[in-house]
Design a protein around this ligand. Structure first.
Ligand code: LLP
Length: 433
């Protein structure tokens, strides 16, 4: 009935998450409020791990892409679940370090890492720096030599796959700011340069073809292209790389009719392709890494808002204004992302109204969604927007000087705040006169 397993309905007809009444949570913590179910997050981590172990016989690793949702608590949770961590900035690395995340399980991504970030990665002993370009390679080589170290790297490669998703979240095609191109010889030249560098240990390759992908074929195709390139590297240099990181991008159910691929089916099919391609090209099976972000945290989160004004414009539309908006969820204004919403305190009632849910920012485009089917709504109701666990808190802003909502985490039905609500003091914290 609901888009996520952690959601339900109680005897009062209220929406529940992790068995807890969302209306009560809204009363306790105020709105807007992010609520996440840690049990669902742990379940996703375990499903991925079991599945990768099943198909790669322990010769694989699941790495959580922390850009989807990063705070100390989630780093600690995925660390306890035995996953690796993908970070893309000093801020994400610092968060991981602050909970003692094992450095060897960290992957440092990014198309323009600063010298400060590279130094921090070397100092912490980050297991894999995913080098995006030759400029970065040369800087890293020098930094490693002067630190008397060898940096363990993967190269980010553009496999040239169009994964049929939204333009802004599509990253594997040739016209992309990320990675090295195969067609032009750029990637092979970088590999050859790296193999001769004193401060660099080239462990493998990485690709990431996009996000919110429902098909398995693009992933299989990417795996083939990457393995073929590994075979070319072996033929041309004699080097057989050990690691193949196939990135993230697995789609989740935002709307009832979305039909995401089960992790296990993905893993079965892609591992089959990997094995076949290795046999065909005469390569040893590399160590396989995958980097899911959205699919680990997305379904586990919801956002709760209180309804203010309801503005019915005859024959046009009904605006339902809530106490949050693009500051806590910029995904509609950025990508026209679709969400399911409901009136949490009337969740047992049929959805009879089609509305536009609007935020409170001074901007017409500040919408959570248009044509959203919800129950009859009135001021004071609690609106729940579902499956907001990924790329909501992590992309939130203080536009219009609106404080960011807190994140409440539920575990075994018990609630705790893992990110505090920002205060007015936080809003002016960095201001100087
Ligand atoms: N690995 C790399 C190198 C990535 O760039 C990403 C996402 C992931 C893994 C995780 O992808 P996921 O499994 O979460 O799809 N802000 C956009 C999504 C941008 C994704 C960026 N990279 C959104 O809200 O849809």
């Amino acid at each position: 009935m609901f888009v996520s397993d952690c959601l339900g309905l109680n005897a009062l007809g209220h929406l529940t998450i992790g068995g807890r009444d969302t209306v009560e949570l809204a009363q306790t913590y105020g709105t807007p409020l992010y609520v996440m179910d840690e049990d669902e997050i742990r379940q996703a981590c375990q499903s991925y791990r079991e599945s990768i172990n099943k198909y790669y016989g322990g010769h694989g690793m699941v790495t959580y892409a922390s850009k989807a949702f990063c705070c100390k608590a989630i780093c600690k949770t995925v660390m306890e679940e035995g996953l690796g961590l993908d970070v893309v900035s000093l801020g994400e690395l610092y968060t991981a370090q602050s909970v003692g995340f094992p450095a060897e399980r960290i992957f440092f991504h990014g198309n323009n890492k600063t010298v400060e970030e590279l130094c921090a990665a070397l100092e912490y002993g980050v297991g894999q720096i995913v080098v995006d370009n030759v400029t970065e390679l040369m800087i890293l080589n020098e930094l490693a030599i002067s630190a008397k170290e060898k940096a363990n790297i993967l190269f980010r490669i553009k496999p040239g796959i169009d994964a049929h998703t939204h333009d802004f979240v599509r990253t594997g095609q040739i016209d992309s700011k990320f990675g090295l191109a195969l067609e032009t010889g750029e990637a092979m030249n970088a590999v050859k340069a790296a193999l001769s560098m004193e401060g660099i240990r080239l462990k493998g390759l990485h690709c990431h073809i996009g996000s919110q992908i429902f098909d398995i074929e693009p992933f299989e195709h990417a795996a083939e292209v990457m393995l073929q390139f590994m075979a070319d590297i072996k033929a041309q240099t004699g080097a057989e790389l050990e690691v193949l990181d196939l990135g993230g991008g697995f789609g989740i159910k935002y709307l009832p009719d979305h039909d995401p691929v089960e992790y296990d089916r993905y893993m079965m099919q892609v591992s089959g392709t990997v094995k076949k391609t290795c046999e065909k090209t005469g390569l040893r099976m590399p160590f396989i890494v995958i980097e899911p972000g959205r699919s680990i945290v997305g379904p586990a989160g919801i956002t709760l808002y209180t309804v203010g004004a309801v503005k019915e414009i005859p024959n046009i539309r009904t605006y339902v204004s809530v106490d949050g908006g693009m500051g806590d969820n910029p995904r509609y204004i950025l990508y026209q992302s679709q969400y399911e919403a409901m009136v949490a305190n009337k969740a047992g009632q049929p959805k009879t109204q089609s509305v536009t849910i609007a935020g409170k920012c001074c901007e017409s485009g500040d919408l959570i969604g248009e044509g959203m089917q919800i129950q009859q709504v009135e001021p004071g109701d609690i609106i729940a927007v579902l499956a907001t666990g990924a790329y909501n808190y992590s992309m939130s802003s203080n536009y219009n000087r609106i404080p960011k909502p807190p994140v409440v985490m539920l575990r075994g039905g018990k609630d705790r705040v893992v990110v505090k609500r920002e205060t007015m003091e936080d809003i002016v914290r960095n201001d100087l006169l």
